[in-house]
Write a protein that binds this ligand. Structure first.
Ligand code: TPP
Ligand code: MG
Length: 693
């Protein structure tokens, strides 16, 4: 629709366009959050138009500055920016097809099925969105991972005359982000690491859903961030473009600390009755209020979804031309770099596409049979080091538990990522599981291959971020050790029970719980080739016998999620199936020995991964678990929840139904029925029941 708009100032014209598009989208959808986009439009505009090094024609250019909308409920603000700057869509093969990522029709269908403008910004779905946001606090924490990635990439790839990486990371946050604990974890680590390339902008509007923040939030945010080692700036009026610019310039000059810009704003700026009220937060303004607000902006009150002539030129003269020049210069630099540093350029190329270096698996060891065996975490540490030595961008660490999780990279030159060593391969997250999860996402969004580790029990602390790694289809590697009541004396607070079931319930997350050192190696080989799936690798604290693979089925079956480990002698068909994962595979084999000696035709199925198994064709699944064999026993030191799907109504599950207890492992095994005798007893019972039936 075209209508006369008499706003002469190009900045104000663009800002009013952003504001009214956001208002109209929410009004049309009859749902969403109009107030914050209206208030923050000048902030987003100033940042994008004057500072952000971002080329809308190539939204995946590796050295672009990142913009994260941590207040995901203000999604229309981001959509309006993508629309007006004409960001191009990129397909999953990282190719631009020349189409706009967000079209006016998408905004008109805000929150409707298949619109590129869903309720909250979704990475992968809409090009130009750097990370999925909505769960408050996640965006700011993820931005820390991006800022670390910028530093790491610079340390590894920048060479004299080749400043390939120096991108900055901006995140827009609200009161909710500031209240969520994850922002404190992330800010604390960012301050420690002196991430001066990181800028958070805090929308200090004093409003959340329930009303004024005086209800719940009287922190001195500035002092808090000074305490975290940040520089803190204030802009007293979100409409003051010059003050905003000054703040961003100050951020750019800062070399020692991350920057927080506290911006005072008025939610629903310009709405006569809703400004500064929580009524502007989660519902449309309403027809009358929309008209009055448009009048206030000097906008034609009948116009909807109006983009006046001239707005395109405003952005062309700002972010578009500046971004294009920066992007083109970067690719010229890269072309010269390819000649001078071909190996590093090749690495970059592969990393950007989530491909691996040739020969990446050449050092992965094989494990000799050993009845005493190795702990899952020990075997994993060995394999991880063998792979990381050949995959330079495989980086990670632990939430202060690497001596326990065995994820430390120990080869020469691995180094530690610290304020003075941006290129270290060992990250130290401190005791901050939740922020670790989000930072891993930020690293992965920047195309590094990150792993993080901790005790399985504390995966709950990181769950919000793990969930986002699954929603975003990021190949983040979550390593969780101390995976069961096998932790023994530490007792119920440290014994995971329901964590496996809850991780398995998460769509898109692949959970793998290998049963001996050979399966651990196979698990890592499988994981490394994933490009779009996060993984939870679940490892034992205690030793597991390393099986003799000349006697038992090959561990290559890990790739298929479950496989036949042992069968009745002479090729007889099984009458009973024992299914186990992780440390219980050895127990299943012990029980199988006894049963076999007793003349029972038993099969052992090792099932390290439900998700990988469920993805197999039904022929394979029926081969491993023949439907005719109903006498089945699943064994896992975890909640029994969900195993019914593999053992069926005639099967039994040897698992946990309580929180465990504090005692030496042997005693716990007896108390909770994880002994060969108990498993044999239950197996015979199932067998009898099935033949009776
Ligand atoms: C982790 C999390 N908890 C709760 C919500 C629901 N929620 C969405 S917005 C909001 C209030 C946010 O207030 P603020 O960040 O100040 O945003 P403003 O209303 O000022 O835009 C809440 C509680 C959420 N999105 N994420
Ligand atoms: Mg607020």
């Amino acid at each position: 629709m075209s209508a006369a708009v008499s706003i002469a100032d190009p900045d104000q014209l663009a800002i009013a366009t952003i504001r009214t598009l956001c208002i109209d989208a929410v009004q049309q959808a009859n749902s969403g959050h109009p107030g914050t986009p209206m208030a923050m439009a000048p902030v987003a505009y100033t940042l994008w138009q004057r500072f952000l090094r971002f080329d809308p024609d190539d939204p995946i250019w590796p050295n672009r500055d990142r913009f994260v909308l941590s207040m995901g409920h203000a999604s229309t603000l981001l959509y309006a920016m993508l629309l007006l700057t004409r960001v191009k869509a990129v397909n999953p093969a990282y190719e631009s097809l020349g189409e706009d990522s967000v079209r006016l029709e998408d905004l008109e269908h805000f929150r409707q099925l298949d619109s590129k403008c869903p309720g909250h910004p979704e990475y992968r779905w809409t090009s130009g969105i750097e990370t999925t946001t909505g769960p408050l606090g996640q965006g700011v924490a993820t931005s820390v991972g991006m800022a670390i990635a910028s530093r790491w990439l610079a340390a590894r790839y920048n060479k004299p005359d080749f400043e390939l990486f120096d991108f900055d990371v901006y995140a827009l946050a609200g009161d909710g982000c500031m209240m969520e604990g994850i922002s404190s974890e992330a800010a604390s680590l960012a301050g420690h690491l002196r991430l001066s390339n990181l800028c958070w902008i805090y929308d200090n509007n004093h409003i959340t859903i329930e009303g004024n923040t005086s209800l719940t939030f009287t922190d001195d945010v500035a002092t808090r961030f000074l305490g975290h080692g940040w520089n803190v700036l204030r802009v007293g009026d979100a409409n003051d473009l010059e003050m905003l610019s000054r703040a961003f310039e100050t951020f750019r000059r800062e070399t020692e600390r991350p920057t927080l810009v506290i911006v005072d704003s008025h939610i629903a700026y310009g709405a006569p009755t809703k400004q500064d009220t929580s009524g502007a937060h989660g519902e449309p303004l309403g027809e009358e209020e929309v008209r009055a607000t448009k009048r206030f902006y000097g906008w034609p009150e009948d116009a909807t979804f109006l983009v006046p002539d001239g707005v395109d030129a405003v952005f062309e003269d700002g972010i578009r031309s500046r971004g294009r020049a920066a992007r083109d210069a970067w690719f010229e630099l890269l072309a010269a770099y390819e000649k001078e540093h071909p190996d590093l350029a090749d690495e970059l190329n592969r990393m950007q596409r989530r491909h691996l270096p040739d020969g990446w698996d050449a050092d992965v060891p094989t494990f000799e049979p050993d009845p005493k065996g190795l702990a899952g975490r020990e075997a994993s540490g060995t394999v991880l080091n063998a792979i990381a030595g050949r995959v330079p961008w495989l980086v990670g660490g632990s939430a202060d538990l690497s001596p326990s999780t065995k994820t430390r990279l120990t080869f020469d030159g691995a180094g530690d990522l610290e304020p003075d060593d941006d290129g270290g391969r060992n990250l130290h997250f401190g005791i901050r599981e939740h922020a670790m999860g989000a930072i891993l996402n930020g690293l992965s969004l920047s195309k590094l291959r990150p792993f993080g580790s901790g005790f399985l029990i504390f995966s709950d602390y990181a769950r919000g971020s793990i969930r986002l790694s699954a929603i975003m289809e990021l190949p983040v590697i979550h390593v969780f050790t101390h995976d069961s009541i096998g932790v023994g004396e530490d007792g119920p607070t440290h014994q995971p029970v329901e964590q496996l079931a809850s991780l398995r319930a998460m769509p898109g997350l692949i959970v793998i719980r290998p049963g001996d050192a050979t399966e651990v190696a196979e698990a890592w080989l499988t994981i490394m080739e994933l490009r779009h799936e996060p993984v939870a690798l679940i490892l034992s604290r205690q030793a597991m016998p390393t099986l003799d693979r000349t006697r038992f089925g090959p561990a290559s079956g890990v790739r298929r999620g479950a496989y036949v480990l042992a069968d009745p002698a002479g090729g007889d068909p099984p009458e009973l199936i024992l299914i186990a994962s992780g440390s219980e595979v050895g127990l299943a084999v012990d029980a199988w020995n006894t049963l076999t000696d007793g003349g029972v035709r038993a099969r052992v199925v090792s099932m390290p991964s439900w998700e990988l198994f469920d993805a197999q064709p039904s022929e394979y699944r029926d081969e491993v678990l023949p439907p005719s064999v109903t006498a089945r026993v699943a064994i896992e030191q975890a909640s029994t929840f969900g195993w019914e799907r593999y053992v069926g109504s005639k099967g039994a599950i040897v698992g946990m139904n309580t929180f465990g207890a504090s005692a030496p492992l042997k005693e716990l095994q007896t108390k909770f029925g994880f002994t060969p005798e108990a498993v044999v007893g239950i197996s015979r019972e199932r067998l009898a029941a099935s033949s009776a039936g």
